[in-house]
Ligand binder design. Structure first.
Ligand SMILES: [Zn+2]
Length: 340
């Protein structure tokens, strides 16, 4: 088993529907073979409620991923049936949409035969997209509910992945256990952002890579989780009341970073060297825009790569993809990075 104890990093022995740490003796439960290696951290979900829902989904052996997704979204307060159907379809379509991402930035970072780790894999869209290109993934999420669905999604796409429920701030992996780590649109939702960044760094092998994407606080476009414009321009305490006023939606457990904030966080919390990429607006998304907005989006896609404009795009881009490399040797002298 690649997973280890999230508290002491001891080896885990599996028995019946549980695993036990051979070092500290702690026992962790399993659902559908997925170990629940979560430590108590403040989270957007209640662990007990999540487990109950995960068990009820797991019991529906013949249900498709679509049926399970529909069930999960139907339980969301504030969601009408139109939104439930839309989100269900979006998740089902996501693996296809991510195919280009896998080719463009994931594949070049993979080491032959080595699985990549998806931290905050959610319902498993990236893992499914990777399956189609013959790549194996390890999926970690703080929600067991999402993992039950992710497992079914990956199977429906003809692959297998290895899953564990865990907090991003306490990953159940040993130092340098994986060569490529991906975490898409997750860091803005965790309580301890430096803790997540440090854990991604810790589990990445020397010579490995990490990719962290997150929406930009100061994007010129609407806040992507609630579709409200201008949220990031407000001081943090005003954001939730503003979103409530504009849309009626709650805005909790989300803290968007600017490019400066993201860079500072990664510099302080990791030993890796990160570069911020300014991703293009996907053509599928542009297809849904009005003609004027689509025109701007196409123009944006062209000029975002023009070096003199980079400082401007680092302020206003919709989101960032931070691509980090871990040096082969970390020099102790001066705490800096040394390349052999
Ligand atoms: Zn332990």
């Amino acid at each position: 088993m690649i997973w280890c104890c999230p508290r002491c990093h001891g080896s885990l022995a599996s028995h019946d529907e549980a695993v036990t740490c051979e070092n500290c003796g702690r026992e962790y439960g399993c659902i559908e073979g997925i170990p629940d290696l979560r430590v108590e951290v403040p989270s957007w979900i209640d662990f007990e409620d999540d487990l109950q829902l995960a068990r009820s989904l797991a019991a529906r052996k013949d249900a498709s991923a679509a049926e399970l997704l529909h069930e999960v979204f139907s339980r969301r307060a504030e969601w009408n049936s139109e939104r439930v159907s839309l989100r269900t379809q979006q998740v089902l379509d996501a693996p296809k949409r991510l195919d280009r991402d896998v080719q463009e930035w994931l594949e070049p970072k993979l080491k032959a035969g080595q699985p990549f780790l998806d931290v905050g894999c959610g319902p498993g869209a990236l893992l499914c997209a990777a399956v189609h290109r013959g790549h194996q993934g390890l999926g970690v999420d703080v929600s067991m509910t999402w993992l039950i669905i992710a497992q079914r999604m990956v199977r429906a796409h003809g692959g297998t992945s290895t899953f564990a429920a865990a907090a991003g701030e306490a990953l159940p992996l040993r130092d340098g256990a994986v060569t490529t780590v991906v975490s898409l649109d997750v860091i803005e939702h965790v309580n301890d952002m430096p803790g997540l960044a440090a854990e991604i760094d810790r589990v990445t092998a020397p010579g490995g890579a990490a990719i962290i994407s997150t929406p930009n606080r100061f994007s010129l476009t609407a806040e992507p989780h609630v579709g409200v414009w201008g949220v990031g321009l407000l001081p943090r305490p005003w954001q939730a009341p503003f979103v409530r006023w504009r849309s009626g939606l709650t805005y909790t457990n989300t803290r968007l970073l600017s490019s400066f904030g993201l860079r500072r966080l990664l510099r302080r919390s990791t030993t890796m060297q990160f570069r911020l990429a300014i991703p293009e607006t996907p053509p599928e998304e542009i297809a849904r825009f009005s003609p004027l907005k689509a025109g701007f989006a196409r123009l944006y896609n062209i000029i975002r790569l023009y070096p003199p404009l980079r400082p401007i795009f680092l302020v206003i881009a919709p989101f960032f993809r931070a691509e980090g490399l871990k040096a082969w040797i970390i020099s102790v002298v001066g705490g800096g990075l040394g390349f052999p």
